[in-house]
Design a binder for this molecule. Structure first.
Ligand code: PLP
Length: 377
């Protein structure tokens, strides 16, 4: 079955004849007098039909032995870190999603876990980190990264990890399984903020972990989720399952719009640099071609003239909205340094653009007039 078909037909549609799954908001299920499980479910914090439905879809789409969904992408990632034993080390790629780096600097240390922050796209640096510490349990990469659009070779990192007895997690939020399937390249876990493309309409928060083959870890993660309570709500699971059914067709349009915009920006005199995976001239384009089927709907560009010029461009946009988050139908722009704060190493003049599903001509016209407005000042 091709992935588009899987997204629509797994799990098989058999909800007592209904084609769309019912939303089951119940928090509890009838059980036997001695807590015998008679309906397959017990309590909302453990699992619900809508949560199981979404997990079945996600595991099939990524090709994993199982999936677990959480209240947010952060909750999903922290649950995995929560299964590590004190004394172990995690290697984080240095430009991953900012809040995971913040978490690694603060709470992870309190849990007795060492964080090494390394450019995992640099094989020498990664090897050195793995040799320096004997207890690396996990290498945590993201590709493409948010917001600098770094590309990391999943297969190369996973192979190195295996050689050193470590596992690999790939945050694949930007690419989605419609464009990139990290488990096929040797990763042990894929993480998604399902708040983004999977929900797809800027109206639901969620996160997911898909596990390639480590069933013991799947059990441990389920136990952590039951006890810490970061499970996804049934209605949110229903919305995300619904989003997955149109994921491939939405992503196709996000990609074609983004690639037209990247080409326009690349030719604009007020743009210093365009960061888009499949843009000709991208020095890591070989990695994009190897592990992604298209460039995706996210891009970033560095505006000539520094921070002030980039803020002027963001302010001059009329259609594209200044807001955080991504992957929705509407195009959103963000000066990431302003939201990431003082510790951020994101360039001062970088704007991140989540390219929506509007007509490309309207988006290009808006970006052009905003960039051209720099010449008038
Ligand atoms: C948004 C995001 C997250 C965090 O997800 P939430 O659902 O906001 O908790 C993690 N990784 C990436 C790449 C993201 O864009």
């Amino acid at each position: 079955m091709k992935p588009e078909t899987t997204a629509i037909h797994v799990p098989a549609k058999s909800y007592d004849g209904a084609i769309a799954p019912p939303i089951q908001l119940t928090t509890t299920f009838e059980h036997g007098p001695a807590n015998e499980l008679i309906h397959g479910f017990q309590y909302v914090r453990h699992a619900t039909p809508n949560v199981n439905d979404l997990e079945t879809r996600l595991a099939a789409m990524e090709g994993g032995v199982g999936a677990l969904v959480f209240a947010s992408g952060m909750a999903a990632g922290v649950a995995l870190l929560n299964t590590l034993t004190p004394g172990s080390t995690v290697v984080f790629h240095d430009t991953i999603y900012f809040d995971f780096l913040t978490f690694s600097r603060s709470h992870l240390r309190d849990w007795g876990i060492t964080s090494l922050v390394v450019d995992c796209g640099n094989e020498k640096a990664l090897r050195a980190a793995l040799e320096e510490s004997e207890n690396v349990a996990l290498i945590w990469i993201e590709t493409p990264t948010n917001p600098t659009m770094d590309l990391i070779d999943i297969e190369a990192v996973s192979t190195l990890a295996t050689e050193h007895g470590a596992q690999t997690l790939v945050d694949g939020t930007f690419a989605t399984p419609a464009l990139q399937r990290p488990l096929e390249y040797g990763a042990d876990y894929v993480l998604h903020s399902t708040t983004k493309y999977m929900g797809g309409h800027s109206d639901v928060q969620g996160g997911a972990l898909i596990i390639r083959d480590d069933e013991a870890k799947l059990e441990a993660l389920l136990e952590i989720r039951k006890l810490t309570g970061g499970v996804l709500a049934p209605f949110n699971a229903w919305l995300i399952s619904r989003g997955l059914q149109t994921l491939h067709c939405r992503v196709e349009k996000h990609c074609s719009n983004a690639s037209l915009i990247a080409t326009m920006l690349d030719a604009h005199p007020n743009v210093e640099r365009v960061r888009y995976p499949t843009l000709p001239g991208n020095e890591r384009i070989d990695i994009a071609n190897k592990q992604m089927s298209a460039g995706g709907g996210m891009l970033a560009f560095d505006v000539k003239g520094g921070r002030d010029a980039s803020l002027k461009v963001a302010a001059a946009l009329r259609l594209i909205v200044n807001a955080t988050s991504l992957g929705g139908t509407e195009s959103l722009i963000e000066h990431r340094k302003s939201i990431e704060g003082a510790e951020s190493e994101t360039p001062d003049n970088l704007l991140r653009l989540s390219v929506g599903l509007e007509h490309a001509d309207d988006l290009i016209e808006d970006l052009k007039q905003a960039l051209d407005s720099l010449d008038a000042t």
